[in-house]
Design a protein around this ligand. Structure first.
Ligand code: FNR
Length: 196
């Protein structure tokens, strides 16, 4: 079987530009031969991380996200930029997944040696570029290999009118290039026997 990638946008709102963009990223990955599971974080509602909540029983969405992470070879993320950083939603989601699993194994191990591709979208001119630096670093600290290619889509209101529609040939090629790089890297890892 080919590379399996888990994709999500780091925004909950209906009209999210990043939600529109993650569809472009997923399309690129499918074109490169991956199976993509595109999820909405809205369907996995999580409280802000609280050790007391965890101690009283792990929220079901955490278990579901951990199972999804376990069954995929990598991540495709489109993130907004909030005050020059990644949204709390994205960090909170990664932090919950990193907690010990039902099987008593490390949640961080679910990320190790997996591959990530990241893009961002913003109505501003820089497209949320600064959030990519922070997200790249956070993913690397969890042990993921983040491919060097990345794309920040500025003026998102004009460029991303609908899900999966990116009105800029150069940027669309770039986003598909991020996805293709992830697929290539996963394939290389599969060949090397690093991933199941
Ligand atoms: C923003 N926004 C924003 N944009 C940006 O380019 N750089 C920034 O630092 C910030 N900071 C910021 C902080 C907070 C708290 C909010 C709510 C918003 C604007 C942001 O890019 C815009 O709301 C996008 O539309 C968010 O992405 P989605 O929801 O469209 O995917």
């Amino acid at each position: 079987t080919g590379p399996r990638l888990l994709a999500f946008a780091g925004s909950l709102r209906q009209g999210s530009y990043n939600r529109r963009l993650v569809h472009v990223l997923a399309e690129g990955a499918r074109a490169a031969g991956a199976e993509v599971t595109l999820i909405e974080l809205r369907d996995f509602p999580l409280p802000v991380y609280d050790g007391d909540i965890e101690a009283n029983g792990m929220p079901a969405p955490v278990r579901e996200l951990q199972a999804l992470m376990a069954s995929h070879h990598g991540l495709l993320i489109s993130t907004p930029e909030y005050n020059g950083s990644m949204p709390a939603l994205v960090k909170n989601t990664l932090d919950w997944i990193s907690r010990p699993t039902d099987a008593g194994t490390s949640g961080v191990a679910l990320f190790r040696d997996k591959v990530a591709g990241i893009v961002s979208a913003s109505p501003g001119p820089l497209g949320g570029l600064r959030s990519l630096l922070v997200l790249r670093d956070a993913l690397a600290k969890l042990g993921l290999l983040v491919v060097p290619q990345q794309v920040a889509v500025g003026q998102a209101a004009d460029k991303l009118p609908d899900y999966g529609v990116l009105n800029d040939d150069r940027l669309r090629t770039g986003v598909h290039g991020v996805a293709a790089a992830v697929v290539r890297q996963v394939r290389a890892g599969l060949l090397a026997g690093e991933m199941a």
